[in-house]
Design a protein around this ligand. Sequence first.
Ligand SMILES: [Zn+2]
Length: 196
Amino acid sequence: MALSACGGPATIGPSPVAPPAGTVATAVPGAAPRSGITSIVVPGVAPELVTALLFGAPPNDNPHALEAWENAALRHCVGPGLDVDQVAAIVASGAAVSGIPAAVVSSDTCDVRWVREAGPGCGLHPCTAKTVEGGRITAATIYVPEAGRLTEAGLHELGHALGLGHSPRRGDLMAVTPTALDFSADERAVIAAVYR
Ligand SMILES: [Zn+2]
């Protein structure tokens, strides 16, 4: 199945900041603040892939320090026109990789919103916008204009909502034009390095 190109992550709020040199973390304890981290070593994973996924890499994303949630759990809201059960399954898949408990909630108070709308500048392509404050992701909206695109794009967009950029590897879920439907082993290792 050929999947459509992704509009990529958009950041709302402060502009991406080029990482200052010299901030390196080899491990990120789960509860530690993640702001200001500009490099993470993930054993067994090529540094170029880590950089592309977590710190932005041309031509897709501007260089930036780590952007990650610091929440103990993530609440997801599903807007009209999207299948709640389908989103819940995607959310569960993401939680299994990140280790952050996540659930679809029915209240309006949530961290990640899934809406059947066109994202700013994204046309009919699913895309994700994040609010980032000092490296901490505080909110995200996943735009899926066509409900039928949830299957092919939902987990990729959730990856953006978790702070991932695009992978330069064509077989990865976070490739700009993904053909995969699940995270690769290297992608899982990178996510785990951030959140576990
Ligand atoms: Zn994308």
